[in-house]
Design a protein around this ligand. Structure first.
Ligand SMILES: C[S@@+](CC[C@H](N)C(=O)[O-])C[C@H]1O[C@@H](n2cnc3c(N)ncnc32)[C@H](O)[C@@H]1O
Ligand SMILES: [Mg+2]
Length: 247
């Protein structure tokens, strides 16, 4: 594990211990698999609109350079590559990167996976990206403000970033921790720490401090009747924020 400021070693160890399960839709990452179609649709549509791409093409993201920071096993990196993007997937856990590499190789996808961090990319003089995806990571890092400013600085002028996380509200405590971890057992107890959840302004603030302009948050909600996630106006539990760097 690289020793740099954004890493909380206990958090990264927790994900490393589950590394073999990333691609098991019934395993410990079941919630992310269930959640994936709605966030992928939102990401695709947002990128197509922002960059003025042709959404009817089979590979509409062709030509875009995307960073998936905290990519885990590659649940988002792979679909982005299939849509034509040139994807760099970075994760602090070596075990996750191994899982991601093996899975992409078996799928015949060429993804630039690296074990590392946002601050490591900056120190290494990485060229800024068209888009940076920061999905379900900021609630697991040591210093969220610095991490958000770092991810923002990896966005090129005219580019954008999408951040997804959990809100720090009583409803999120009830659903994402008590419900998902202790009642439904969708996630291993201890996966999330309530104090590390972020209010939308705690995400947009650091992004804007780093020169981006943030949209209003987009809520994502689970409907127990249909057993599905959908975009919603309710940002009290899961939400995503799009932020753009002016030209
Ligand atoms: C909940 S998972 C999300 C994975 C992926 N983004 C997804 O949504 O499918 C959080 C990931 O963040 C990684 N991580 C934690 N701290 C990190 C850091 N400082 N830099 C990069 N990755 C980190 C963990 O190893 C883990 O794979
Ligand atoms: Mg999480």
């Amino acid at each position: 594990m690289p020793q740099t400021p954004s890493i909380d070693p206990d958090e990264v160890a927790k994900f490393s211990a589950m590394a073999a399960e990333w691609w098991d839709p019934k395993g410990k990452f079941r919630p992310l698999h269930k959640f994936n179609p709605v966030r992928l649709g939102f990401i695709r549509d947002t990128l197509v609109e922002h960059f003025g791409l042709d959404g009817t093409q089979r590979k509409p993201l062709k030509g875009l350079r995307i960073l998936d920071i905290g990519c885990g096993g590659g649940l988002v990196s792979e679909p982005m590559a299939r849509l034509g993007a040139s994807v760099t997937g970075v994760d602090a856990s070596e075990a996750n990167i191994k899982t991601a590499l093996t899975h992409a190789r078996e799928a015949g996808l060429d993804i630039d996976y690296r074990c590392g961090t946002a601050e490591g990319l900056i120190e290494g003089g990485e060229e800024p990206f068209d888009a940076v995806l920061n999905l379900e990571v900021v609630e697991h890092v040591a210093d969220p403000g610095q991490f958000l400013r770092d991810t923002a600085s990896l966005v090129r002028p005219g580019g954008m970033t999408i951040t997804a996380t959990l809100n720090r509200t009583p409803k999120a405590f009830a659903l994402a921790i008590v419900g998902a971890e202790y009642v439904m057992r969708w996630l291993p107890p201890g996966t999330h720490e309530f104090a590390k959840f972020l209010r939308p302004e705690e995400v947009s603030g650091p992004l804007e401090a780093a020169g981006l302009v943030a949209d209003a948050p987009q809520g994502v909600s689970f409907n127990p009747l249909s057993d599905q996630w959908k975009l919603s106006s309710d940002t009290k539990v899961n939400y995503m924020i799009v932020a753009r760097r002016p030209e």
